[in-house]
Design a protein. Sequence first.
Lengths: 407, 82
Amino acid sequence: MLPKTVVTGVGVIAATGQGKAAFTTALLEGKHAFGVMRRPGRQLQSSYIGAEIGEITFSPDITQRTLRASSLSAQAALVVLQEAWSEARLSDVDPCRIGLIVGGSNVQQRELAQMHETYRESPAFLRPTYGLSFMDSDLCGFCTSQFGIHGLAYTVGGASASGQLAIIQAAQAVLMKQVDVCIALGALMDLSHWECRGLRALGAMGSDRFGDQPALACRPFDRDHDGFIFGECCGAVVIESGESCDRRGVKPYATLRGWGIVMDGNRNPDPSLEGETQAIQKALGTAGLSPSQIDYVNPHGTGSFAGDETELKALRSCGFTRPYLNATKSLIGHGLSAAGTVEVITTLLQMQAGRLHPTRNLENPIDSTMNWVTNKPVDHLIENALTLSMGFGGINTALCWQHHHQA
Amino acid sequence: MNKTKLLDLIAQHTREVLSGLETHPFVAADRLADLGANSVDRAEIAMLVQESLNISIPRVELFGPKNIGELADLFLQKLDAA
């Protein structure tokens, strides 16, 4: 078994709420914020549906100077990191022993497209800061500078599995003793109308069926699903060695028991039953848990035809029968790079609340034999959870979590 | 455009980029570095002024001025030559 790594803090923002308290309330009440997207640069001869974050509230110590020089992705990172930092009391930790892994690549596309548009006719006046901000690693620089982090910091990319990949990479940095604490950030993927068009053209993003009914468009695992619906979100998870956590006397959310990463050897968006099954089995294997011990699964569940179908087949082929399932994306949409991190946070918050959030629009499940949480929340104390992510390019990741009482 | 107006323009963009200068009385002898601007901030301020004036100055020439008065003089000289 792996040495113990635990989660000692989380921070989150989504269109349904900023901060753990508001986010959890919205989750358990089954709230959503889907509509035709309105953020500048999101539409061009289009009316894409998605869930956008409203006005972000910043703590008073964040200056206008900082905000002016930060992208939407950076601003979201700032508020979730602050929340996670304060919960995990990271000000008490040696800054040289703190790391940051940013999950996601090409996350600031809308800001870049807006900048290109603004300076198309007058390129001589392009803002010098563009030379910094066009790189995703600017988020590492921005965040480490804001929080005085002196351990390691870098980005990892795995398409829609980036958020889980960041957690795995953070855990590895802690297990390698490179740092005692490593924060995994699922970066806010800021799509421009170009990416929306590409994802729609690819057949990945819905919704042909519910174009004029945004509230009905996002429906993972429902027979009427027709693709994922985008949702802005961002999350931070503080991964800490069990030793450091015990020494500091911080109460953890859960233990990261194990994980799996499997590639399908396939560049395309289509899922693979074998790849997903193997990733789940690897995660269970390193966790030393059997499928019957998992009592909650937070699936990838995007709402795509092949993706939803394949994921349920993979769960069945691994021998899961008992666990509850719900689809977080039905409430907050698909955050792409951030999804894996935010869904882990959702799992941990449900673990803490002893309650599972409802799944919106799950009227006719494609497989009704699964133990779905449908339109009402369910009281349930999660003991062991499995969280799944898959990404374009054939990446499959799975993580196993154990409630800290059981750890 | 005279020097006073140019100093006002530089002050306006400096306030935009930096924090806490809302009530600072800008004078020609003010140095951007002393006001808290790092090299990226200084490049950003200089570019915003160029954009406002619709005039492009080679970056190497912007290294010369030692304070915002000298920066204003450089812009005035370029405006006259344009």
